[in-house]
Design a binder for this molecule. Structure first.
Ligand code: C2E
Ligand code: CA
Ligand code: CA
Ligand code: CA
Length: 276
């Protein structure tokens, strides 16, 4: 039994090492990718209900891998987070999104998206320089803080390190905060009260039709009670948009309206008629 245990341990250990090595390789490749500009941002419109007008865009990272083609964040963000490469990657995402926002403001004026949202992971928020990096990016591109939204999940928001200082500093400079994947984490109402976010994003697993209405309806009422914006994510069908509108949602995001797309395609839509 002892020997079997040892064998099990060795196999388990070897497996961990293989996975660890793979992760480190990915992280090294990702570091190169940042320098060689293989990362790209796609932007997914957030639209108004019921008009379907673009009111914001969420920046979503992709990796144009030289051998493997265009990779989604599912293929590399977790490894980036575990190895710390996410800090450099996140800085690139932030600066690129803010620079793009400056370009939209310059070119489209009042028709530019009101805000660009970037996703921030736990490791990024724990970094003591995060809020300063945000401030520097905004200053360098002359973008008002109100036009940037930082999306965090509930577990990110309760993180340690410099997380709480960063959240405070972001709020103080006027950057908008959004609570992502709302309802899937360890949500508590006191967290919602403490965080003072500007927006909550209903996780797509709670979007009604054919799913039940209860959580989606409760979340939009919760947002109203807190005086903040509710966004429904993952809206794929017209009847879902209609149902959410009935419930009181005024913001939505999902394939029904627009998929994540290169900045140039967003630009084309800023002058095109809305989708409803
Ligand atoms: P998320 O922040 O919840 O982003 C929404 C995800 O849902 C995106 O996947 C988007 O393409 C997808 N989506 C949008 N509309 C629909 C829809 O109607 N139906 C369905 N089924 N899916 C929809 P994506 O781009 O693969 O990103 C996955 C996750 O990766 C993001 O989830 C976010 O957590 C993370 N991520 C993306 N970009 C970044 C980044 O720059 N930094 C960090 N730290 N994480 C990122
Ligand atoms: Ca998000
Ligand atoms: Ca605010
Ligand atoms: Ca989400």
């Amino acid at each position: 039994a002892k020997q079997a245990g040892g064998g099990t341990f060795r196999r388990y250990h070897a497996g961990m090492t293989a996975r660890g090595a793979e992760r480190n390789e990915l992280a090294a490749a990702l570091r190169t990718a940042i320098v060689e500009e293989q990362l790209v941002l796609h932007y997914q419109p957030v639209v108004t209900l019921p008009e379907g007008r673009i009111t914001g865009v969420e920046a979503l990272v992709r990796w144009q891998h030289p051998e493997r083609g265009l990779l989604g964040p599912g293929a590399f963000v977790a490894a980036a987070e575990q190895t710390g490469v996410i800090v450099g990657m996140g800085r690139w995402v932030l600066r690129t999104a803010v620079r793009q926002m400056a370009a939209w403001i310059a070119e489209y004026g009042v028709a530019a998206p009101a805000t660009v949202s970037v996703n921030a992971s736990p490791r990024q928020l724990q970094e003591s320089s995060f809020a300063d990096d945000v401030a520097a990016a905004l200053r360098d591109h002359d973008v008002p803080a109100q036009r940037l939204t930082v999306e965090v999940t509930e577990s990110t928001a309760v993180g340690g390190g410099a997380t709480q200082d960063n959240l405070r500093a972001l709020r103080a400079m006027g950057v908008r905060l959004s609570l992502d994947d709302f309802g899937t984490g360890a949500s508590t109402l006191s967290l919602l009260a403490d965080l003072q976010v500007d927006q909550i994003k209903l996780d797509r697993s709670f979007v009604p039709v054919p799913g039940p209405d209860a959580i989606a309806a409760a979340v939009v009422q919760l947002a109203a009670a807190f005086g903040i914006e509710a966004v429904a994510e993952g809206v794929e069908e017209a009847r879902q948009a209609a149902r959410l509108t009935e419930m009181g949602y005024r913001r939505a995001q999902g394939y029904h309206f627009a998929r994540p797309m290169p900045a140039t395609e967003v630009s084309a839509r800023l002058s095109a008629p809305p989708v409803t």
